[in-house]
Design a protein around this ligand. Structure first.
Ligand SMILES: NC(=O)c1ccc[n+]([C@@H]2O[C@H](COP(=O)([O-])OP(=O)(O)OC[C@H]3O[C@@H](n4cnc5c(N)ncnc54)[C@H](O)[C@@H]3O)[C@@H](O)[C@H]2O)c1
Ligand SMILES: O=P(O)(O)OC[C@H](O)CO
Length: 329
């Protein structure tokens, strides 16, 4: 039986814990809140996220003791929002992860450091990237809870690691395939959140489907320019790990980033939009990281710049989207 440490108590951790435990893995499940752990042990449900999912307590082992959960596992799955992952990982001893395989399910960067989560893990724990992988693809936790057909991509420079983790995920409603483009997948997953957020802003301002389709088309070009500047190698951005993920986030009713953007477009402040949501819109943090990273690269990124001006410089969303409108073809 594969032993997994699931790190995080949010929607995506809950969805992955469901898939992995129902496939037969033993899932030690770390959550910050002792009350949430006790509730899960008592009722078999995560009371805060995907609360309809009932867990088998002979397969999942909730705990708020991070060291104990990590110690017992062969695999570590990181599923806390990027803004908090450094705080969590810095609690662990540098040698703890030496013989473990690490999968990040996070679609964000380390704020302040502006580096990918895999790069932070490799640096902090002195691990080769071949010990790391990323879960990507268009997949909302809410649809996993409903067992709707979904597709995941495991990116890793190690084909063996990627295929082993795909095997742990595949089931009646999840198809998983390996890819070797770790950086490209991770950067695109970060960027699609910014695009979805901007798409939500435009929607909140009253722009329609016609504009959104042009925004998303221009976004693909922006993603291509940026990812190529950071990591030039041939990649087909129409693959589901890139374009598929952008589309689901930009169009779905379940999207945190689009919902957050929609509120901003309707006139909410960042603080009030964040308070209204029980969930984290990664795009808010990603905008700052990508904007800062691009100060050196100087890649033309009109959508990211517009989102940055709106969220961090308090420029009116209506003005920024009006300016963006003139740049699109
Ligand atoms: N939800 C999805 O469908 C989905 C799918 C793929 C990837 N992801 C990625 O998974 C990661 C986790 O997102 P999610 O959707 O599960 O989160 P979520 O929005 O459902 O939940 C928020 C999480 O943040 C945690 N949190 C809030 N404040 C915190 C703090 N101060 N310190 C530590 N943790 C705190 C909460 O406990 C909770 O676990 C993100 O990077 C997201 O992009 C999510
Ligand atoms: O659509 P969001 O903003 O909730 O992000 C969730 C996932 O990344 C979708 O694959």
């Amino acid at each position: 039986m594969e032993k997994i440490a699931m790190i995080g108590g949010g929607s995506w951790a809950t969805a992955l814990a469901k898939i992995l435990s129902e496939n037969g893995a033993r899932v030690g499940w770390w959550m910050r809140s002792k009350d949430d752990v006790q509730h899960l042990q008592r009722t078999r449900h995560n009371r805060r996220y995907l609360s309809s999912v009932a867990f088998d307590l002979t397969r999942i082992f909730p705990s708020s003791d991070l060291d104990a959960v990590v110690k017992e596992a062969d695999w570590l799955v990181l599923a806390v929002p990027a803004a908090f992952v450094k705080d969590v990982l810095d609690k662990l001893d540098r040698d703890t992860l030496r013989h473990k395989r690490i999968i990040t399910a996070i679609k964000g960067m380390i704020p302040g450091k502006n580096i990918l989560v895999t790069d932070y893990v490799a640096e902090r724990f002195r691990l080769p990237h071949a010990q790391l992988g990323v879960v990507a693809g268009p997949c909302h936790a809410e649809e996993v809870a409903l067992e709707k057909q979904s597709y995941l991509t495991i990116g890793s420079p190690s084909p063996e690691l990627a295929e082993d983790f795909c095997r742990l995920l595949r089931n009646r409603y999840v198809k998983a395939h390996p890819m070797d483009d770790l950086d490209g997948i991770e950067y695109c997953a970060v960027m699609k959140n910014i695009i979805a957020l901007t798409s939500g802003i435009a929607h909140g301002l009253g722009y329609g489907d016609n504009f959104q389709a042009v925004l998303v088309s221009n976004a693909v070009q922006e993603m291509r320019r940026f990812v190529h500047a950071l990591n030039p190698q041939p990649r087909d951005l129409s693959a589901s790990a890139y374009l598929g993920d952008l589309l689901v986030t930009a169009y779905s009713q379940f999207s945190r980033n689009r919902t957050f953007g929609n509120m901003i477009g309707r006139g909410y402040s960042v603080k009030s939009a964040q308070m209204e949501m029980n969930m984290v819109a990664e795009g808010y943090y990603a905008v700052k990281s990508i904007h800062e990273l691009n100060k050196k690269l100087l890649v033309p990124m009109p959508i990211t710049s517009a989102a940055y001006h709106i969220l961090y410089e308090k420029i009116s969303p209506a003005v920024e989207i009006e300016l963006l409108k003139e740049k699109f073809k």
